[in-house]
Design a protein around this ligand. Sequence first.
Ligand SMILES: O=P(O)(O)OC[C@H]1O[C@H](OP(=O)(O)OP(=O)(O)O)[C@H](O)[C@@H]1O
Ligand code: HPA
Ligand SMILES: [Mg+2]
Length: 175
Amino acid sequence: MTGEIQVLISQEELSQRIKELGEKISADYAGKEVHLICVLKGGVMFMSDLSKYISVPVTMDFMAVSSYGNETSSSGIVKIVKDLDESIESEDVIIVEDIIDSGRTLSYLLQILKDRKPESIKICTLLDKPDRRIVDVEVDYVGFEIPDYYVLGFGLDFEQKYRNLPYIGKLVGIE
Ligand SMILES: O=P(O)(O)OC[C@H]1O[C@H](OP(=O)(O)OP(=O)(O)O)[C@H](O)[C@@H]1O
Ligand code: HPA
Ligand SMILES: [Mg+2]
């Protein structure tokens, strides 16, 4: 990589906001249980941190869909790489994503998962890049709205690397 990484959202800002989201979810689901679905691989760090701040009983499952491969823009073709292990019928589901960009991944996922008859289904994303939206998706919980930068870290990759950075960085000098 010839570009440079600048910090866009610090570790402290992430922790603070994720705590707020967890508390909001706990209040919204009071008296219920929540079934978190992590969209791999990008959603992994966010879901693990978010779940620590949810005080109602939590179950978890994991799904992998891919539309980007090693590209920095979506191909438009979404495929299931790994399906859920368990049924979501009658569950109160929250899909946990790292970022909504074109909206293609989530609109495809929503369509598939709604057919499986959950009791309810909501979306929680750490980052939202509304300027890039191609497919409209209704998002219930958003950590941060960001401008149209290619971002990485905290689960998000550039050519599969940098997912382990504890902050969200912005890639400068790369298309
Ligand atoms: O709104 P969209 O334009 O569909 O983009 C968002 C999706 O793209 C990225 O995943 P990717 O398919 O690159 O896989 P990864 O999570 O394994 O990095 C990101 O993690 C979201 O899941
Ligand atoms: O800005 C991004 N960074 C990393 N992965 C992504 N997937 C969609 N948008 C992005
Ligand atoms: Mg992803």
